[in-house]
Design a protein around this ligand. Structure first.
Ligand code: CO8
Length: 373
């Protein structure tokens, strides 16, 4: 092993998802009702070429193109209401726990229980995700306060790679003297999904995950052997929502998630395969010895292709665990859900790769090894 960091391990993970889930069929029925209404209402403008005709969706397309069958959402009736197409949420007062902090606390408690640590054992809280509920105060500080953790906390955003970049921050904090880090990923994606567009209405789901990272040689967990982070600017996944929208008197309809999915697919698959291959080579680990590739959960076909490029052959299904069929793309949280659900399948000494990719572009790849106490 060329590069071997000191024994820093992921010793516990937690998962919270809301109770309500939407199937492809339900989502398509709602979009198609909206499209029919929209096209009828705007028939004259569409005929004159002033507005584009909106197009309907299909459940078969969604499953074939992405592997997604359902997604959890914070509030189902608002998303499915063709007159609304976004969750119906109650505004909370400043004295109430914010929604994102509430979900973060739920996932964190499970991760802390699994890692057998209490609030007193933790020095740092990081909330890493694609969408923050507000700019400040940092939601991570609210989670820290709700859990009674001392030390410091902050928010960070690297879109779908926020969890792996957050693991790097956790790793660095421990190398700098912190005892334990609580990393939380709360993705309430339904707040930023354009449910009017067939190109992206099916893509995302809501969830919260949490991980405990600590230096130990006596606790079961995944030892972090190597971390590789990479970014390269691209407009192919973009969201122009921001605090300057008001001042710009912005009118463009681009303040939600949008992407050129085909380009993303073509650019990102070879890039990720190259990064993982180089990382394994550098650390003298044979790709065949990777028991599990916990890849970003955006698209089943993408994950199968990346694994094939790295392994030089089709990967067995269990080698690249898939949770996106149930959860859809949960942005940063996807890799942690996959690890949480299947980490037990890996035995002492076996290797795994945790690799995210997404907007930026950003890629974060961790080579890990299972250690059983
Ligand atoms: N139903 C029926 N037909 C459809 C639909 C639909 N819903 N959508 C598109 N079509 C049609 C298209 O119009 C097109 O028709 P034609 O061939 O006549 O032009 C045809 O089907 C094919 O369309 P696409 O080329 O768009 O379809 P793809 O096969 O490329 O599949 C995917 C689309 C599934 C989106 C695919 O491209 C993909 O998964 N790409 C990778 C995406 C990816 O990984 N993105 C990462 C983004 S996530 C991220 O970074 C986090 C951002 C922050 C999160 C914020 C939360 C809100």
């Amino acid at each position: 092993m060329k590069e071997f960091y000191m024994g820093i391990r992921i010793t516990g993970t937690g998962l919270y998802h809301p109770a309500e889930s939407i199937s492809n069929e339900e989502l398509v029925e709602s979009l198609n009702a909206y499209v029919e209404y929209y096209n009828a209402e705007n028939a004259e403008k569409i005929a004159a070429g002033e507005l584009p005709e909106r197009l309907g969706s299909s459940a078969e397309f969604i499953e074939k193109a992405s592997g997604i069958k359902s997604r959890y959402v914070i509030e189902k009736s608002g998303v499915l209401d063709p007159q609304r197409l976004r969750p119906r949420l109650q505004e909370r007062t400043d004295d109430e726990l914010s929604i994102q902090a509430e979900w973060g606390v739920l996932a964190a408690k499970q991760a802390m229980e699994n890692a057998k640590v209490t609030a007193e054992d933790i020095d740092v809280v990081i909330l890493a995700c694609s969408n923050m509920q507000r700019p400040y105060p940092a939601v991570a500080v609210e989670i820290q306060s709700a859990l009674g953790i001392q030390g410091y906390a902050y928010d960070m955003n690297v879109a779908c790679s926020a969890a792996t970049f957050g693991l790097k921050q956790a790793y660095d904090a421990i190398q700098s003297g912190a005892r334990r880090v609580l990393l939380v990923n709360v993705e309430i994606t339904s707040g930023h999904t354009d449910y009017r567009s067939r190109d992206c209405h099916f893509i995302f789901g809501d969830v919260a995950t949490a991980s405990i990272i600590e230096q130990t040689d006596t606790k079961t967990g995944f030892e972090i052997l190597n971390i590789h982070l990479f970014t390269q600017f691209s407009n192919n996944i973009r969201n122009n929502f921001g605090f300057l929208n008001r001042s710009e008197d912005a009118t463009r309809d681009d303040k939600q998630f949008r992407q050129d999915g085909r380009k993303v697919f073509k650019d990102v698959c070879p890039l990720v395969a190259k990064i993982i291959t180089a990382q394994l080579e550098k650390n003298q680990v044979n790709p065949q010895d990777i028991k599990r590739f916990w890849l970003h959960q955006a698209n089943l076909n993408m994950n199968q292709l990346i694994a094939k490029l790295v392994l030089g052959k089709e990967a067995e299904a269990e080698r690249t665990p898939i949770i996106l069929d149930e959860f859809a793309n949960t942005s940063s949280a996807g890799v942690i859900i996959a690890l949480h659900r299947t980490g037990e399948e890996v035995s002492e000494g076996e290797f795994g790769v945790i690799c995210s990719f997404g907007a930026g572009y950003s890629v974060g790849s961790l080579l890990v090894q299972k250690r059983v106490a």
